[in-house]
Design a binder for this molecule. Sequence first.
Ligand code: AMP
Length: 284
Amino acid sequence: MPDFIRIALPNKGRLEQPATELLKQAGFRFERTPRSLAVPTRDAPIELLFVRAKDVAELVTDGVADLGVTGMDLTREDDSPVVTVSELGFGRCRLVAAVPDRSPITTIEEFEGLRIATSHPRTVARFFDNKDIDVTTVPLNGSVEVAPKLDIADAVADLVSSGSTMLINGLRPVATLLESQAILIERTGAVRTDTATRVITMIDAAMAAKNRRYVVMNAPKAAVGEIESIIPGIEAPTVVPLTHDDMVAIHSVVESSDVWHVLPRLKDAGASGILVLPVQQVIA
Ligand code: AMP
């Protein structure tokens, strides 16, 4: 009887859709309705718990969930006793300290004595404590960027991805306090079950696949050497004979970012009928 585990996932917000997509790409099949909290997966002894991103680490810490997907910034803010199993590459953002445009401040040292509005008060306090800079945090859950206009703060520390929201709100970034992305977490010291190990393998495989493409082509036998040097593949490319004597089919996996450069070189080397296909999972 396989062991049963629960995975806590964000039920809304920026991390929801990419987290759900990653699980689907990892091969888990489930039907989620907007209100469902606990969702069984179809083929594995796994239940998905959809909760607020902020609550994921607590459920993992309490042992209600065995694994969780959340933002690294949230686990730092709450000082959650969890470990990062994998960095997931989405939900990338930075916690940035900023001042109103008109402020003369240009360095972090000049924050001495300021009131800083932030959704991440503990992270901000820790950052300035470490630098021996005395600040007052003003904890806010939303609309952090309007705090200086309301005169409840002199500066802000907020999450940004592109930074355009800050600029629109008349704020000038001064320093990055923390870099974050979505992470897969488990409780510190947890004994990892077989099912959890398999889930981690599947998720890592799906992430590795995202950056890869499967390339298939026909080529004259004489061109195999040159083509192999262009696309070495994970190991070596697969070469399959075709009914036409002098021709072979070549299969290989390439980095998505290389496809653009590799295709014209393959054509020049004599390849034809080139297919570029998505990869579902890569288990090295
Ligand atoms: P939510 O408030 O539910 O949308 O989730 C917020 C989480 O999404 C944050 O804790 C971050 O980990 C992540 N995130 C990624 N980019 C951003 C951004 N530009 N602003 C806020 N949160 C972001």
